[in-house]
Design a protein around this ligand. Structure first.
Ligand SMILES: C[S@@+](CC[C@H](N)C(=O)[O-])C[C@H]1O[C@@H](n2cnc3c(N)ncnc32)[C@H](O)[C@@H]1O
Length: 476
């Protein structure tokens, strides 16, 4: 490593900022880059210029320039930050995740939206959080204090997830406003179970990741190495060992778990069967809305541009396999009324009402089919025109993926198309799939700017919740 490497990274940041400036400045009305301090609430009314500046987020050239800046900054920080500080930021990142989950769960973004740009003192935020909770679920005043809340909010402000406008006074910024559900505080009070309904799903995704995933990922090491479960009070209490087999750790028998999820929640059920337990009903509903949030990984309405939907014949049929609440195929149904959409999933999937008219008109239907069951013929007896399978294969072992794809292959006609929606994860070294090549100093897979795909990967695939059609055999 040398100063020339630092300068090269610095130069790539400068070059990417030049690119951004020329894109924003080159609009019919030259635009400034949106300020971090200015919230952008998706559900609010916006001026034409605000809207345009926001939409530019989805411009491929803006996206590439932004990713280069983020990747180069991450790389620069990895080089220049004293290793201890970089290590603390990473290994203690769980604390930040816990704070972001709290921000969402306590509806702080919505409280601060109504407070406006001048923000709210931590005492008032504390009072509002308590008042928003049902009478029978108010926190213990000795535990949930304004002083403790202040510490949580300051972690968020220090990592640019809120703004501390004056000592102990906090306001939303652009990043926190992104988590806004758009619901009024009064709606959250009167209908607490409907926070995620008819939203962009971002808040729901924060809930899913900050709750279930955060917990089970903490057990990755204990899952890989059962002997590391020793001494972990939580795991012992939740059944990391079969305590019936003995009292001391030396003669306890290790309980076999298919995935860290199973260990963390002490269940032998698959993730989705577990979500469908009556006590997990709110989590199941949140999961469905969180899948709407996963559209944020793509450019806005990206599904419309990756396939020539307009060229399909009238009444062509798109089957959204494992489609959840149909968040992605709904985008196709809305944009292309000549296409009929069938969403297939497990029976417990639930729906919102905003797009009920599309279901009532018969343009979109839902039917129950297990991924491994034979395909049920269409009423027309024709083969479907398109199978879409998005964010499903990534949950399963290769053998199981083969089986579910074989089911689709047998139901396909000569012109049926298969669309797979998942993320490509290039090696972290130079390779044919690299996103950045040639003489760029940036890590070829775009490093930290692209880490989201790799993080999702270990959350859903081993070692995450990882699904298996048949249970794996415990090692003998
Ligand atoms: C990660 S979600 C993706 C949902 C949707 N494709 C999307 O992109 O929003 C995986 C989906 O697979 C469904 N699923 C899981 N196991 C299944 C099974 N055995 N049969 C049918 N669907 C299943 C879940 O209910 C869930 O909706």
């Amino acid at each position: 490593m040398s100063f020339s490497a630092l300068r090269a990274l610095h130069a790539s940041i400068g070059k990417a900022i030049d690119d951004l400036e020329s894109i924003y400045g080159g609009q019919s009305q030259p635009l400034e880059f949106p300020h971090l301090d200015d919230p952008y609430y998706a559900s609010a009314e916006h001026s034409g210029t605000e809207e345009l500046a926001h939409q530019l987020n989805d411009d491929p050239a803006v996206s590439l320039a932004s990713k280069k800046i983020v990747a180069a900054c991450g790389q620069l920080s990895a080089i220049v930050n004293k290793p201890w500080f970089g290590l603390m930021e990473a290994i203690q990142g769980g604390q930040l995740a816990a704070c972001i989950r709290f921000l969402e769960h306590a509806h702080i973004v919505e409280i601060l939206r109504e407070a406006g740009p001048q923000g709210l003192h931590v005492r008032d935020i504390h009072r509002s959080i308590i008042e928003l909770r049902p009478e029978n679920a108010r926190p213990d005043p000795a535990i949930f204090t304004a002083a403790r809340l202040g510490h949580v909010l300051r972690v968020l402000a220090t990592s640019h997830w809120l703004r501390e406008v004056a000592p102990d006074v906090f306001a939303n910024n652009r990043r926190s406003s992104y988590i806004d559900s758009g619901k009024t505080v009064e709606q959250l009070r009167s209908q607490p179970g409907k926070k995620y309904l008819e939203t962009d799903g971002v808040a729901a995704f924060v809930g899913l990741t900050g709750d279930e995933a955060f917990k089970f990922m903490a057990y990755m090491t204990e899952w890989f190495f059962p002997d590391s479960r020793t001494g972990s009070l939580i795991v012992d209490a939740k059944g990391g060992f079969d305590s019936a087999k003995g009292e001391t750790s030396s003669n306890k028998e290790v309980v076999y778990y298919v995935a860290p999820f199973n260990l963390a929640f002490d269940t032998q059920l698959g993730f989705f069967s577990w979500l469908e337990l009556p006590e997990n009903r709110p989590r199941l509903e949140r999961f469905g809305h969180a899948m709407t949030g996963t559209r944020q990984w793509e450019t806005k309405e990206g599904i419309l541009f990756g396939f020539p939907w307009a060229d399909l014949q009238p009444d062509s049929v798109l089957v959204d396999v494992g489609g959840g609440i149909g968040s992605t195929s709904l985008t196709v149904a809305l944009a292309h009324p000549h296409i009929k959409v069938i969403v297939e999933d497990r029976p417990q999937v639930s729906w919102g009402s905003k797009f009920a008219h599309i279901f009532e008109s018969g343009r979109m239907t839902f039917r129950v089919r297990d991924l491994f069951e034979p395909f049920k013929p269409l009423a027309s007896e024709k083969a479907p025109d398109v199978f879409l399978i998005r964010l499903v294969l990534h949950d399963w072992q290769d053998d199981d993926c083969r089986k579910m794809l074989q089911v689709l292959r047998s139901a396909a006609g000569p012109n049926t198309k298969l669309l797979i929606g998942d993320m490509l994860l290039p090696f972290a070294c130079d390779s044919e799939d690299a996103f950045v090549r040639d003489d760029s100093p940036i890590l070829p897979n775009l490093g930290i700017a692209n880490i989201h795909g790799y993080l999702l990967d270990i959350m859903v695939y081993p070692p995450g919740y990882s699904l298996f059609k048949r249970s794996l055999t415990p090692p003998s």
